[in-house]
Design a protein around this ligand. Structure first.
Ligand SMILES: [Zn+2]
Ligand SMILES: [Zn+2]
Length: 262
């Protein structure tokens, strides 16, 4: 089992990070991708990857963290991105949920493109975050398809229309599924349920993740999430697809190794 997107670098785990890792390993989680959202949390992700051999780091600036970037953030991020423990650039992307301001959206788009260019330069795939910005996101990705890798990356915690999903699959992206696959009904502002996304996406393109500390699956919804719960995500995918949990696990391992080389 693999948790391909979690934030064990966050302060939420400062008191019990080792226990959290232990619990996940106990239930069979073999690899963790720890994701940065700023320069600071990216550095922490890298430090964890250097310490634990089953952790790999992903470094990048999240669209809601772009306000206080230091002057030389591009060269700082590039230096981190070149480290062999770093397997992808992320999480990067667009998040229109918190603001309707066009100026902020434009700024997010600019920073996103800069980070796509960094990924191109260092030759690593991307982990993309999208919230309520699917159309703009696909427009940017289609416009920049020439700088994307053949296996360009993963749209983490996918939530968008089936049209956006088809465009993403056409570009070669993998689709990240989280604990919210267990939530009933439609999320606010979305038109497609996560189980519908899972049904439409071939297993060869699905990757399991938790986005810990967020998106805790049922029956633990409401408490801090942990990578051990990725088994609940895989079980739900298996149920929806009508296959065994082991088949999901084996295919996700193949997908992650193809995409991230681990
Ligand atoms: Zn995200
Ligand atoms: Zn995340």
């Amino acid at each position: 089992m693999i948790d391909a997107h979690c934030h064990l670098n966050f302060t939420e785990y400062d008191d019990d990070r080792d226990e959290v890792l232990f619990r996940a390993r106990q239930v069979g989680v073999k690899n963790f991708l720890v994701i940065g959202t700023s320069l600071e949390t990216s550095e922490k992700a890298l430090a964890l990857a250097k310490k634990e051999k089953d952790i790999a780091a992903v470094v990048g600036v999240h669209p809601t963290e772009i306000e206080h970037l230091p002057e030389h953030w591009v060269s700082q991020l590039k230096t981190l991105a070149l480290d062999p423990e770093v397997v992808a650039i992320g999480e990067i992307g667009l998040d229109y949920y918190h603001t309707q301001e066009t100026a902020v959206h434009k700024k997010q788009q600019e920073i996103f493109v800069t980070q796509l260019e960094i990924a191109h330069e260092v030759g690593k795939p991307v982990q993309i975050h999208n919230r309520h910005a699917g159309e703009d996101l696909m427009q940017i990705l289609n416009e920049h398809s020439q700088i994307l890798l053949n296996q360009p990356g993963m749209l983490h915690c996918f939530a968008s229309s089936l049209d956006v999903l088809r465009q993403a699959l056409d570009l070669g992206f993998y689709i990240g599924i989280d604990g919210n696959v267990t939530y009933p009904g439609l999320a606010k502002g979305e038109s497609v349920t996560i189980p519908e996304i899972v049904r439409t996406t071939p297993l060869e393109r699905i990757i399991t993740e938790t986005d810990s500390p967020y998106l805790t699956p049922i029956p633990y919804r409401g408490s801090r999430n942990e990578p051990q719960h990725v088994i609940l995500v895989a079980a739900e995918i298996a149920r929806i697809k009508g296959v065994s949990a082991q088949e999901v696990e084996e295919q996700v391992h193949k997908n992650v190794s193809t995409l991230f080389g681990i």
